[in-house]
Structures are given as structure tokens and as C-alpha cells.
Write a protein that binds this ligand. Structure first.
Ligand SMILES: Cc1ncc(COP(=O)(O)O)c(C=O)c1O
Length: 398
């Protein structure tokens, strides 16, 4: 036996992944804790409320119902896909064929990441909004595609400026990601915008991948639309129960839309995973059958949104209260960068953790980073902690 060490060399793809951006915040939080101050953490967007009782009960009895575990169906049980179709019709007035137009996913994240594998060849372009959910980019890069970032800016109401996408990019693009209600800006898309997006896709043969993970967390009178209400030709939506029913840890979602896209994506998925566990799908079916818990959690998020926004306004900042999502995308005071302001908020008098916009946004071709000038609050702490944070923010001076 030799004692030679085996060289472990991460792939170029893995090496291309940057350092964990939140490490510095984590260190600051540890320093505060060591000095006896417990910071209030609005950093990461993971709900801290439990899933509703009906979901937990249905999941528990699902374990008994599916005693012989076996591999689940790759595309989801028929009952799950039927529940998705029924919900989609109730919520958006769109009739989907559960057999051909829906497939289950293990939450949206894996679906977003793996989607590029189905349609992107090396060098193909994927149009990605920034700031935006990182797997749009990482999935593209792992499929050896090229990312073209489009900025999400307040001057465009955080809608993508389709006219600013160069013709050469549109020609080379295979997929365009959109995300409304938008994380982190909280913006909701107008029907006119969604129609323009569909037209863009059809004109340039670009698949429109619409991440609708936040469609149920809204504060407007009218609920946000799904892109499926405009068209399903060349369109696919990514949905999830993570935020709607506080089921992040259950890992269940679905992809629905143009049956050709869904069929190709299923082909990729059957080679990657073995489906969402049946007992989790039982929990998901229960979640989809109930809207009351969603109304309750919307009201709680709305309360947190208003507590924070009112305090920020009282401290002299712009009113940035969102129309939807669990995020508040706050413009920072004059003279501060996004990192400066997040650091200021971490100081002992305020001790509030946020995410600097520049860290979750990429520089676009025009040389700007559209996340610069913003910090993100996620409505994750309890109402009591949000009240505490609001009080400290209200009396702070920047
Ligand atoms: C914009 C967006 N899409 C998708 C997701 C992923 O949700 P899931 O838990 O379904 O993977 C998130 C999670 O934070 C998100 O912010």
C-alpha cells in the first residue's frame, strides 16, 4: 500500500462558483452575539412559520398510505397532478392537462437549475434578470451556455426592458427567465408586460421560463397573473409550495405549460432524480385544497411589511413597500453603498441583518450593478422581532 494522497481537483464548473457571499455577515453576527447583542435576521428568505396542520397531518398519514415506499412516479402521482390542474384552473382560470402539461419537481430550485440541460447547447444564450435567483445563472453555466444579464431597475418598475435586448442576443437565446412577483424587488408584472414577453419569445423562438414561486404572497387587491393566462405556446411556469404554504423543507413544486417543453424536461428529470416522495405529494395535495392558511400567512407578511416600511420611512428613507413577495427592496440613504448600509444596520444600536443588493446582483454589459443602492429585508423574523427591529430603525439616524 502506498500512502500517496489522491489529488482531488474540483471541476472547472465547481471552481467557477464564487465564495459564499454571506460569510462576512455571518462573522459580524457572531461578533454581535459574542458582545451580548442578538441581531434580528432579515437576511435569508426561509419562512420560520410551520406548514399548516392539514399539510402535516396529510403528510403523516401519507407515510402509512404509501407503506411500501417504492420509487415514486417521476412526474408525480396522478392525484397530485390533478390537484395542481384544479388549483391552476381555480386560481388563474387556465385548464391544464395533468397528463401532458404538468410534471412534479423537487421544489423549484432543482427544476430551475436542471432546466437548461434540456434546451441549452454549449454557447447558447440564456437571458437572465439581475438581481435574480442564482440557479438561473448557475444552471446555464453548468450546461455550458452563456448568460446575458438584463437589469431589473426601479425606473422600469422592475420590469425587464425587452427593447434593450440586442437583436444578436435574442437570436442566440434559447431561454429567457422571468420572475414575477419579482424577488427581490417585490414588483408584480402587468398584463401588457407579460404579453410583450410572450411576443418576444414567439418572435425569436425563445422559451419563456416564468418563475412564479411568489405568486401567492401578494398585498394587492387583484392577485398577480400567471404567464399561462397569456399563452402556453413556448411558455413554461415554475411553481412551488415553499412560500405559499411555508413548505420549503418539504421540497415540492411543479413545472407546467407547453407540452413539448414539459416532455423534454421530463426526459432530463428521469435521468436525474426519482421524483417527489409520495407522502410529500399527499401533503402538497392537502396544501392545494386550502386557501385559508394562505390568507392568514399573507396577512402576517403584510403586517411585517408595513411595520418595517413605516419605520424605514420614519427614519427618512424612501417608501419601498413591495406589492408582493416576502422581500422589501430598500433604497439606501444618499452617500451609502449597499454594503455600507447593510453594515450600518448591523451596528449595535440597530443590530438588524439584511442582504446588500450588490451581493445578489451582477454587473450588466452597461457596467452597472442594478443591486447597488439597495438592501434586502426578508420578512422572516416573528412579528415581535419585527416590531423590535422597527422600533430601532425608526429612531436611528443615517
Ligand atoms: C425567485 C425564487 N424562485 C424559486 C425559489 C426556490 O423555491 P423552492 O423552495 O421551490 O426551491 C426561490 C427561493 O427562495 C426564489 O427566491
Amino acid at each position: 500500500m502506498t500512502d500517496r494522497r489522491v489529488q482531488i481537483v474540483p471541476s472547472h464548473r465547481v471552481q467557477s462558483i464564487g465564495a459564499y457571499a454571506f460569510a462576512e455577515v455571518d462573522r459580524e453576527v457572531e461578533r454581535l452575539r459574542a458582545s451580548g447583542i442578538e441581531p434580528i435576521d432579515f437576511g435569508v428568505g426561509d419562512p420560520t412559520i410551520p406548514p399548516p396542520t392539514i399539510v402535516r397531518e396529510a403528510t403523516k398519514s401519507g407515510i402509512e398510505k404509501h407503506k411500501c415506499a417504492g420509487y415514486p412516479s417521476y412526474i408525480g402521482m396522478p392525484e397530485f397532478r390533478e390537484a395542481v390542474a384544479a388549483w391552476t384552473e381555480r386560481r388563474f382560470g387556465v385548464k391544464l392537462d395533468p397528463e401532458r402539461e404538468i410534471t412534479s419537481t423537487i421544489g423549484t430550485k432543482e427544476a430551475v437549475f436542471n432546466f437548461a440541460e434540456a434546451f441549452v447547447d454549449p454557447g447558447d444564450v440564456v437571458i437572465v434578470p439581475t438581481p435574480g435567483y442564482p440557479p438561473y445563472t448557475r444552471g446555464t453555466l453548468f450546461a455550458e451556455g452563456r448568460v446575458h444579464y438584463v437589469p431589473v431597475l426601479p425606473e422600469n418598475d422592475f420590469l425587464i426592458d425587452l427593447d434593450a435586448i440586442p437583436e444578436s442576443v435574442a437570436r442566440a437565446a434559447r431561454i429567457m427567465w422571468i420572475n414575477y412577483p419579482n424577488s427581490p424587488s417585490g414588483a408584480v408584472a402587468t398584463r401588457a408586460f407579460l404579453e410583450a414577453v410572450v411576443e418576444f419569445g414567439q418572435k425569436h423562438n425563445v422559451i419563456i421560463a416564468s418563475d412564479e414561486a411568489y405568486s401567492e404572497i401578494y398585498y394587492t387587491d387583484e392577485p398577480p397573473m400567471s404567464l399561462l393566462e397569456v399563452s402556453r405556446e413556448g411558455v413554461v411556469v415554475f411553481q412551488s409550495l415553499s412560500k405559499r404554504s411555508a413548505m420549503t423543507g418539504y421540497r415540492v413544486g411543479w413545472v407546467a405549460g407547453d407540452e413539448r417543453i414539459v416532455a423534454t424536461f421530463k426526459k432530463v428529470k428521469t435521468n436525474i432524480d426519482s421524483g417527489t416522495p409520495n407522502f410529500i405529494q399527499e401533503g402538497a395535495i392537502a396544501a392545494l385544497s386550502d386557501e385559508e392558511h394562505v390568507r392568514v400567512s399573507r396577512a402576517e407578511y403584510a403586517r411585517k411589511r408595513d411595520l418595517l416600511a413605516d419605520a424605514l420611512v420614519a427614519s427618512g428613507l424612501t417608501d419601498c413597500r413591495p406589492a408582493a413577495t416576502i422581500y422589501l427592496w430598500q433604497r439606501v440613504p444618499n452617500g451609502y453603498s449597499s454594503v455600507d448600509f447593510a453594515t450600518r444596520l448591523l451596528e449595535p444600536g440597530v443590530a438588524v441583518v439584511t442582504t446588500p443588493g450588490a451581493w445578489i446582483s451582477e454587473q450588466t454589459e452597461s457596467g452597472i450593478n442594478p443591486g447597488e443602492g439597495f438592501v434586502r429585508f426578508a420578512f422572516v423574523p416573528s412579528i415581535e422581532d419585527t416590531l423590535k427591529a422597527a422600533e430601532r430603525i425608526r429612531t436611528a439616524s443615517w
